[in-house]
Design a protein around this ligand. Sequence first.
Ligand SMILES: [Zn+2]
Ligand SMILES: [Zn+2]
Length: 334
Amino acid sequence: MKIHAMAALSRGADLTPWIMECSPLGPFDCLVKVESCGLCYSDVHMIDNDWRSSRYPLVPGHEVIGAIADCGPQVTRFKPGDRVGIGWQQSACLACRDCLRGNENLCSQSGALIADGYGGFADHLVIDSRFCFSLPRELDMERAGPLLCGGITVYAALRYAGMTSGQNIGVIGLGGLGHLAIQFAARLGNRVTSFTTSGSKEADALSLGAAEVVLMKEGRPTTRPSEPLDLIIVTVPYSFAWDKLLGLLATDGTLTFAATPAENVSINVDRLLSHRRRIMASPTAGRAMIEETLSLAARHRILPVIQPFPLNQVNEAIRQLRANRIRYRAVIRL
Ligand SMILES: [Zn+2]
Ligand SMILES: [Zn+2]
């Protein structure tokens, strides 16, 4: 069987049609017929080889929604026709200390779908069923794709930073990640302050569940939120006046990074010490946290706001993402 994909054949190239032979299914593998796939900025980083781990042809796409088409002999969790989601990770050793504690995403042997395999901008893909997730029936399949990377990334970062409910939570940036962070934090009963550089996004922030919006100018908040924040999540890769943001945190407050700023972060430790504050960062999530993210999203009707594109317009979607014009996540429909 042949798989028809859109691939970058070299660094930074537009995606072009590329046909590959489907590899035989291993014991735990599934063949998935792709229905849609979100476009994440990590796909662009991989196309551009920004992380020096890309190999070409490179098939991007790691926010996959699809249906099981075939299963290897050891697969018991799925059967043909089941709807599934696939995210960033495609493999881990499943035996190390991190894997055994549900931190498969931190396993030193973890493999990424678009670095070590082939992603979702294709009519089919082969994936280890142990990194394939059942989708709750209540989820809107047309829009759910971006939950598989963007949604999981922000939900896990909030949880590991101590999000419960009844807290004041600041979300820095209103884009693919930020618009999901606002929804998760607000639907779980927190008061959300959205920080954005774009006044035109204020109404969107409020309709997604934010209680207030603070405009950022030259990396600084233009006003103080009405209450100290228990937690601030950074969802965009820009540099800000970090000491100013730390000053908005309550005692024992946490600043967590779900995106890497372009420049190294420099802070005055007294900003932490004076109120016992913390700084941390969190990448994607292990399988238990992914299951939790999907079931919460279904239960609380948390859904990405998407701009759909047909597969033959994937390069246009990438151009718009590079130009920061997508509101709030591009989804490629197969
Ligand atoms: Zn991603
Ligand atoms: Zn491991």
